[in-house]
Ligand binder design. Structure first.
Ligand SMILES: *[C@@H]1O[C@H](CO)[C@@H](O)[C@H](O)[C@H]1NC(C)=O
Ligand SMILES: *[C@@H]1O[C@H](CO)[C@@H](O)[C@H](O)[C@H]1NC(C)=O
Length: 244
C-alpha cells in the first residue's frame, strides 16, 4: 500500500517536472501571472484567445507604434514597411500572449522585467519570411534591446550610428532572428510541423503545433534537470528497503 503510494508520488513528480514548464507566463512587464481565456484579443493576437498571457489591452497595444508597452519606435530609420511591420506585430503578440514559452524562460536582472526568453527555436520558415519581408527596410542597430538614445521617451538612433538596409546589418536570416532581441530566438533548421521548432504565425489561428513543441522541450528539461525529481528517485529504493 505504502509502496504503491510512493510509486504514484514518483510518477506524479515526473509528470509535474514536465508540467512545470507548460502553461507558464513569464514575469515580464505586462504578462498576466497565469494564462487564461481572453475572448476579446485584438487583430494578430487572436490566435492565443483560448489561453493567453496577454490582456485585451496588451493585444491592442501590440499593434501600435510607440505603444505604452515599451515605447518602441519601429520607424527609427524611416517608416517601416507594412510587410515588415506585420512580423514585428506578430512577434509582439507571440512574446506577450504565448503560454508555451516555459522551457525557455530565464531569470534576468533587468529593471523592466524579471524574466525573459532565451534561444526559443524559431522555425526556419518563420525566421526566413520575417527576414525576407524586412530586408529592404532600414535600421541603425544590430541588437534592438540596447544602445538606443531614449532621451525623448522613445528609441532613436544614437548620434554616430548609420541607417543601413537590414540585409546589410544582418547578412542572414539566422543573424537577424538571433541578434535582434539578444538571443531570445535561436534559428532552427527544423520546419513548421516538425514538432521541434516554434512558429509565430499559425494556420487558422491554431496554436497547437507550439503546444506540442513546448511539451517536447519540457519533457527534455523535466527528465534532466529537476532536483525534486532526482531526490525522489534516490529516496524511492531507500524507502522500499525500510518497508520490507
Ligand atoms: C484598458 O484600456 C482601457 C482604455 O484605454 C482603459 O480604460 C482600461 O483601464 C485598461 N485596462 C487595464 C486593465 O489596463
Ligand atoms: C540623444 O538625443 C538628444 C535629443 O533628443 C540629443 O540632444 C543627444 O545629443 C542625443 N545623444 C546621443 C548620444 O545620440
Amino acid at each position: 500500500m505504502l509502496r504503491c503510494l510512493l510509486l504514484l508520488t514518483a510518477a506524479s513528480l515526473l509528470y509535474a517536472a514536465k508540467e512545470d514548464y507548460m502553461n507558464q507566463c513569464m514575469d515580464g512587464k505586462h504578462h498576466k501571472t497565469e494564462p487564461g481565456p481572453e475572448d476579446k484579443l485584438h487583430g494578430q493576437c487572436v490566435a492565443w484567445k483560448e489561453k493567453a498571457c496577454c490582456t485585451t489591452n496588451t493585444s491592442h497595444a501590440a499593434h501600435d507604434d510607440q505603444s505604452y508597452l515599451y515605447n518602441f519606435n519601429w520607424n527609427h530609420c524611416g517608416v517601416m514597411s507594412e510587410q515588415c511591420r506585420k512580423h514585428f506585430v506578430q512577434d509582439t503578440c507571440f512574446y506577450e500572449c504565448s503560454p508555451n514559452l516555459g522551457p525557455w524562460i530565464e531569470t534576468v536582472d533587468q529593471s523592466w522585467r524579471k524574466q525573459r526568453i532565451v534561444d526559443v527555436p524559431l522555425c526556419k520558415e518563420d525566421c526566413e519570411t520575417w527576414y525576407n519581408d524586412c530586408k529592404q527596410d532600414y535600421t541603425c542597430m544590430e541588437n534592438w534591446h540596447k544602445g538606443w538614445n531614449w532621451t525623448s521617451g522613445f528609441n532613436r538612433c544614437p548620434i554616430g550610428s548609420l541607417c543601413r538596409k537590414i540585409e546589410v546589418v544582418f547578412p542572414s536570416a539566422k543573424d537577424f532572428c538571433e541578434k535582434l532581441w539578444s538571443n531570445s530566438y535561436k534559428f532552427s533548421d527544423s520546419v513548421r510541423g516538425s514538432g521541434r521548432c516554434m512558429q509565430i504565425f499559425f494556420i487558422n489561428n491554431d496554436v497547437t503545433p507550439n503546444v506540442k513543441v513546448a511539451e517536447y522541450y519540457a519533457g527534455l528539461k523535466g527528465s534532466g534537470h529537476s532536483p525534486l525529481l532526482r531526490s525522489a528517485m534516490l529516496l524511492l529504493p531507500l524507502s522500499s528497503l525500510w518497508l520490507v
